[in-house]
Every structure is written in structure tokens, then in C-alpha cells.
Design a binder for this molecule. Sequence first.
Ligand code: GAL
Length: 727
Amino acid sequence: MKPNPVCVVGACLALLSLSLRAQLPAPITPAWTEVAPGVWKTTVGSPESFTLLSAAGAPAPAVQSLAALPKAAFPLDPKEIEARRWDWKTALRFPLALDEEIYGLGVDFKSMRRTGAIYQLHVDHWSGTPGRTHAPVPLYLSTKGYAVFFNTARYLNITVGHGVRLAAREKPPVIDRTTGKGWSSAPRSDSIEALANAEGMEILVFAGPTPLDALRRYNLYCGGGALPPKWGLGFLTRTPTKYSAEQALNEIAAFRKNGIPLDMLGLEPGWHDQAYPCSFEWDKTRFADPAKFLGEVEKQHVRVNLWFNPYIAPKTPLYEKLLPFAGTHLVWNGIVPDYSMPAAQKIFSDHLARTVLDAGPRAIGGFKIDEVDGSDRYLWPDSANFPSGRDGEQLRQTYGLLLQRTIYDLFHAQNRRTLGQVRGTNGGASRFPFVIYNDNYAFDEYITAVGNTGFAGVLWSPEVRGGKGEDMLRRTQAVCFSPLALFNGWSTPDKLWTHAEVKDAIRDAIVLRLRLLPYFYNAFAQYHYQGTPVIRPMQLVPGFNAALKSESGKLDATANPYAIGKITEVKDQYMFGDALLIAPIPPDVKSRTVILPAGKWYDFFTGKLAGENETIEVTPPSNQTPLFVKDGSLVPMIGERQWAPEAGEIIPLEIRHYGTQSGQLALYDDDGETFNYEHGEFSWTQLRATKDAAGAWHGTVTPGADGRTWHYSDVKWTFMTPTPSSP
Ligand code: GAL
């Protein structure tokens, strides 16, 4: 019988297709091992030993705290996770359900939601490219209650619900663009895909059951969140670049005279005798006697924070010592030490200890690590090499982490806590008491960034930099409800008291910041001991209706079929701690809407019911930020003061109760300045507010096991919400 030519061609094509497909890298189904309660790890290929977590020097995971979270099984179907390796590349595919939303992937300035977008996770000064930010943390969080972390020091490209696979089980429908409805230029895929130029990768999965629990596990796995000193929760002002010792002291005096609380004074480049690149030596024309200056500052109950960029100027003692560790390229003609090498970290840290800290150990509270993010042209190229054998890409992804670790370890060795600023960081940074900032100034982007930090194990401050009265006021109010309350006056003649019309309201905002210090400190203690982020984006708040509105209806083939539907999402309000919902008022805005989650919410200032599970419109007086308190919450506060309580100081405490439900709070305390808490010197005091049969409210205080660390002399209870019988 003659062969049928059609069958022969068909068989040949099938064979060709098989042999072509055999060229595709074989997919691997990774095996997962539980490495801590609710945390699973896998390795694909041959991962490099230098990772984000190794750079951050992550200590042993806080296993006890992890074990206290609800027991959880591996949160994904392992068969749905696929890895591929080829050449010098590692790719991962994780499943994404149609009704699943993804958050995280670092500090983004535009949106909270990640689904449907593509990110290049790359340390960078924010310029608008998704993923290229000051904190491109490769951690994502699912509304299904789990998180995934890619522990690589390589750039990572991630597509979220984008790029439909041929092998996908359920593909989006094929629609004729000319005649059909609902055609999309980016059909939603069922995958989250990650790609790095690496021979392998370590990946971690964190179980929930809630998304917040998954985040807690990530933060605890990284050693627990940062616990700043109490003074770090006060107010920081940064002086103009060229300020001298005398001018800096006058600045402190002006704060005191104006009754504006101050805890930290930041010196900008002018404290170095050379900057850009930096000398790390005091400039003797401006600071003739650093020890005397620091002594004076200390008498004012203020800590100094010193700016630097880490590029070392020639003709300085530090240069010679660090030259053997220098990378192949210079930044502003200074060497770039390879701080991935412990020996280089030690030289730098010893120099800071001897030259800088020794001049006033109690007065120096921390550093501002600038310019570790770069906008490509400010840093070394990716082709740079470093003596450790690492390259420009690896050092770019980790430089901020390495410096935070060096400085944190330096202060830790002296048993003094620090709080600093940093402009570039990455995954594994939860435990570092450093707050990110940048040179942009868009108010809405800054507030979005504050919220996004909650998903990323980092902290962000929307700094104030002067400006007109109303602008300065609204920004100051916003900054007072962020992790670091900061006026960055490095390049402005403006002061917080410049504009008479807003001066008092600015002072009110900063005074309130200080009054709420026990509340904020407690939120940080929860971050440290339980991994709960201090800032909770609304998407993490139980009872919040995060309904997304897609405004893509206008798209059709005759207009622009490739336009991307606009997504409205909530990114202009957030919670700080368990009780307070913050709704910052942008400059030049009188009213705004606030979405209140389920349950009753009360006005912080009046105690009156504000609403429940609804959108309200607020028009606050100019000296207030809209603040709402969850029903049954207890808010601990102290009296008005000009600086944070110092170790050993005993002061009165006010506990405010809001709402109609009984309230309960475990209030943390320790000395607020040292690491003695690591040796058990801390306490959690139980506070309770209950109503008796006659309808009268009562508060009780049950001391924790270690009464030594409770720094309050007496407790005054204020029941803020008027009961029906009260006038
Ligand atoms: C910038 C930094 C500013 C300020 C300035 C001093 O890089 O973002 O906050 O410190 O340097 O030169």
C-alpha cells in the first residue's frame, strides 16, 4: 500500500514538534522543606552563597514567636510550582488564581496592587519604572494568605498575572479585537513568574492563614522587626549643609524656644571636611571641638545623626586602609569599598567608633546612609567587580543592607540602640532600625510609600523640606504619623516656625507625636516580637472592603485598544498599630473621604462615633489630621513634653479608651535605649477597660512579670466616648 502523503507530513510535523520541544529546558517541581514553623524553603540549581539574607546577616529566625502563630500547612499546591534552568538563568513559576490579588514587591510609589504588572526589582532612586525603587524587596503577599520570598542578590524580573502560558489549563478567551467585546492587550495569566540571571536560587514560602500572618512570619524569619530607641520616635530636624557647631546649637535652642519637641539633630555633608566623596573626619572650620559640641547637644537631650555617602575620599586615613577592598570603579572619585567582606566592614566600623562616636558616645544616635540607591549614573556600572569576587549587580542590590548591618552591629556592640536613615535597602532588612527617604516630593506618592512599606518589612518617612505655610503644615502632620517624624532642612532657609499662620498647628502635630509615644513604641514592640508591621496598609486590615474599581470600560478598537484600564485603589490612608487609622490631608486640600472598615470607628480627638463600614467625608480643622480609633481600643499617651522619656525616667501615663466595647492592651516597656531587652529586661503590662453593671467604665492595670521595666508612676484613665447617660 502506498503511504498517504498527508499522514506522512502529519507524522513528520509531530516528530519535529516533539524534537523541538525537547530543546525546552525541563521543568523541575521543587521540593519544599519546613525550616521554621510555617516557613518552607527550596533551592533550585546552584544558588550563590551571597544572598539578600546573608548580606543582611539575618540572625536565627525568631522560632518561638513563629511557633506562637497558628499552625499552618504548606499554603500552595507544590505541583503548581515550577522551576526552569538554562544557561545562566533561573526561572520560577507560581500559581495565581483569578480571584487572587498580589501585594508587596517592595516600596512602590504609584500603587499597592501588583496583579497584572511587570516589575524589575532593582535598587534604584525612584524614577517611575515599576520595581526600580529604594527597596525592591522580592517578597510578595497574596490575599489567599501566604507570601513568597526570592532570596537572591541578583536583579529579579517578576510578572504578575501577565504572559499566558501555552500550557495553562484555563486560558483567557480568544476575542476578535475588531468585533468582540472585552478584548485585552494583556490577557490575565494564571502565573507569577520570576527570572534572574543566576545559576540557582533559594526561595522561601511563608504560610498564613491570613496575609498579615504571612508577613509576620517573614519579619520574624528575618529576626523580628526593628525596635528603635524611644528617642527615635520623637522629632528629627536636619540642618542646612554648611551649618557650624554654633548654628546647630542655635537650631536646638530655637526649637526649645518655640516649644517644638526635638530629639534628633541631623548634620548634613558639612560635618565632613570633604564630602562627595566623604572623608569621615570632622571639619575643623565648622566643628572646631566636636567633643565640646556633642557635650552641649547631650545637655539638650538631643541625639546627633550624621549624614554620609559611603564613597571614600583620597587623602584620608580611611582611604589607605580601605583601598585593598576597593571595587574597580569610583563614585564621585571616591573608592567603593567591598562591604560584603567582613574585614572591610570592620575597618569602616572601627573608624566610625574611634573618630566619630568616641567624640560623644551618648550624643551620637545614628547615621543617614545616603546615595546607596543611585540613579544608574550615580553608582558603579553592573560590570564593576569587587575583591570578594562579587560583581556590580550583587553589590548594588545589597550595599544599603551591608551598611545598615555594619552600623547596627557597631551600636549593638556598644549596647546602645540607634535609629538611622537609609536611601537604599532590600529584603532581609526588617530588623534594621533605618527609615527610607528620597529626593522626590510628591505628597500622594510619599503616602503610598508609607503604606507599601507594611508589605515589605521596611519603613518609610515622607520627609518635610520647607515650603509655604499650608504645605509645610500638612506635610508635618503626615510625617508625624509615619515611622520617622522628620524635617529635612538641608537645602532650605525655612524653619518650622517660619510661617506665623501655621506655626502653632505645626507645634500641635509634633507635640501629639510625642504624646503618643507609648502607643507608637508599642506598635514597634509588636513589630519586633510578633513581626506585625507598624504600618498596616488598608488591604491588611480585617473588615476593610478593598473593592477595586476598574475603569476600563471605555476601551474599544477604534479608540486605543492598548490603553491599560485605570485601577482605583485605596492608598491614601493606613493604620499605624492596632488602633489608629490615619487619613493624611494633602496640602491645599480642605476635605477628603475616608473609608472606615467594618466595626465602629471613633474620632480620636472627640471620642465620638465617626462611622462603620462606610465612606465618610471629613473637613478637619487645620491643626488636626483625621485620626480614627477602632471600637474598644486603648491608646496609651504621655503628657506634653519636649523630648522623649529617657532610660530610668518615671512619668505618668494616660490611657484613653474609645467606643462601646471593653478594651484590652498588652503594653510593652523596657529602658528604651539599650539592648538589655535581649536579656529579658522588658515587660508587657495588661491594661483592661470594662463597664460594670451600672454602666460605669473602669480601668485595671496588671503588671507584667518584670516590674523593673515599667516606667510609669500612675495611670489615669480617660473614657473618650460619651455614654448615652453622660451629658
Ligand atoms: C541627598 C539627600 C538629601 C541630602 C543631600 C545632601 O542625596 O537625599 O536628603 O542629604 O543629599 O547633599
